[in-house]
Write a protein that binds this ligand. Structure first.
Ligand code: FAD
Length: 443
């Protein structure tokens, strides 16, 4: 027969106010309490309901005046003394039940998912870019990468997803999913999340992705970081989501360390497009979940395509971009940039100042509130290089900046900088390219 020593639970105590020390800071202790056992009296001091207190220490830690402490009964003090004498290591769970509950919750969630956005069976390229990033994240987490494909007659997209790195594809294929509607897609996503519990979900920061991600995060009660420009994993399996904050003046790294899944949206062209592997295969997991049509409140009666779209320029997908800023001085001078762009088979982009001035349409704007671009060559003409512009173009393979101010911040990201008057430099560049092309043709 073996004898076992019963485990002694470490007493946690109850929060207590130290008289005369509260500075009425504005109820920080009250808002930190996870069990709502603190209320404020008229003097702005905390009143602790000792019956409800779980001894989590949060109010003690948050108090700027050290006005709260943990109080123990004489019996509890005796146990603490015994434990200290025995040199017993405190149990993590005893010390912080909230942390233990979070760890238990997080352990249930595994895997990285990418929502494959499609319309009429055509996939938004950002989904493939996210599979490329998702693969990196999954490798760091030591888990699988899965695609979520929702639509009607969209099974071939699962195979495409395998080519871009997915190992599994969750497929919901039914007429109800033929057109995107928030409600039916939301129910479908939430059903899959409940069944399979992924730890990371990535979606494109497109009209559809932004709409769906927000609805899903709200329904499952988790965090969502929109428009991320960087994603990584920390040593506690948290997704480090970097994005511009405070009007783009700082880059913030945001974590969702208490809830799962962790959700991010990323704009097109921010992440690199992975090389497709046409021989790659994977497992398709079909799920027949649907919402009855009569319960979906929104009906799609007609889809009216954007009639102007053929006149709009897709700077997001362009390989060569010549962009103009306030230094262009007026719309009439953009013809000079058109000529250079034509020689390069490229398109003309713009800074927000140029767009706000009405010199070019918003579809040409590069930056935080415009498009993110990743061309082979980006030529910035008369653009100072504000951070809100840089976040939209700094991942171009090659950046050439023309500015008459040698201290312009654009030169910090430029591979080649030309300090000079753009009205002299741009025509010379265009002429030189024409000459080189003509020489190439002759040879
Ligand atoms: P300026 O900063 O005025 O720079 C003009 C440059 O032209 C100067 O460096 C000058 O030296 C140079 N120049 C003038 N004449 C000549 C010449 N003859 N030859 C050579 N160089 C010359 N901006 C964006 O671009 N995209 C965005 O998406 C965006 N989003 C924003 C979002 C928020 C929330 C905020 C607050 C701002 C945003 N902005 C954005 C605006 C941004 O902060 C800058 O104001 C803007 O990018 C400046 O545009 P610019 O470089 O064309 O103009």
């Amino acid at each position: 027969m073996s004898e076992t020593t019963p485990k002694i639970k470490k007493p946690r105590g109850r929060a207590r106010l130290l008289e005369g020390k509260c500075i009425a800071c504005g109820a920080r202790c009250e808002s930190s309490c996870p069990v709502n056992c603190i209320s404020m009296n008229e003097a702005g001091e905390p009143v602790v309901d000792a019956e409800k207190c779980i001894g989590c220490l949060k109010c003690v830690k948050v108090c700027p005046a050290q006005a709260l402490e943990m109080a123990f009964t004489p019996e509890e003090l005796k146990i603490l003394e015994q434990l200290a004498a025995a040199g017993a290591a405190p149990q993590a769970e005893d010390d912080d039940p909230e942390a233990a509950a979070i760890a238990r919750l997080q352990a249930q969630y595994r895997g990285v998912w990418v929502f494959v956005e499609q319309a009429d069976g055509e996939v938004a390229k950002v989904s493939w870019e996210l599979l490329g990033k998702g693969k990196e994240l999954a490798a760091k987490l030591g888990v699988g990468l899965s695609a979520v494909v929702i639509g009607h007659k969209v099974e071939p997209l699962c195979h495409e997803a395998f080519h871009y790195g997915a190992e599994k594809a969750y497929l919901l294929d039914a007429p109800i999913y033929a057109d995107y509607r928030t409600q039916s897609y939301l129910e479908a996503m939430c059903h899959l999340i409940e069944q399979h519990k992924p730890e990371v979900i990535l979606m494109g920061a497109t009209g559809m992705g932004r709409d769906l991600a927000g609805a899903v995060a709200t329904r499952v009660g988790t965090g969502l970081t929109a428009d991320c420009t960087g994603l990584d994993i920390d040593d506690k399996r948290n997704l480090m989501q970097t994005r511009p904050a405070f009007g783009g003046n700082i880059m913030a790294t945001i974590m969702c360390d208490k809830y799962r899944p962790q959700m991010s949206t990323v704009r097109p062209h921010v992440m690199q497009m992975p090389e497709p592997l046409p021989t790659a295969t994977g497992q398709i997991i079909k799920d027949s979940f649907t919402t009855p049509e009569d319960q979906v409140l929104v009906k799609v009666l007609e889809i009216i395509r954007d009639g102007d779209s053929k006149h709009k320029v897709d700077i997001g997908g362009a390989e060569f971009i010549v962009s103009g800023g306030r230094g262009m001085m007026g719309p009439e001078n953009f013809g000079m940039l058109e000529e250079l762009a034509k020689e390069l088979n490229g398109v003309v982009g713009a800074s927000r100042s140029a767009v706000d001035a009405g010199w070019l349409g918003h579809d040409r704007q590069v930056g935080q509130t415009g498009k993110t671009v990743r061309p082979k060559i980006y030529i910035a003409c008369g653009i100072s290089g504000a951070i809100q512009h840089l976040v939209g173009m700094q991942d171009a393979d090659l950046i050439i900046a023309i500015n008459r101010d040698k201290d312009a911040p654009i030169f910090e990201v430029a591979h080649y900088g030309i300090v000079g008057d753009l009205f002299q430099v741009v025509p010379v560049l265009t002429r030189k390219i024409r000459e080189l092309k003509a020489r190439g043709k002759k040879q």
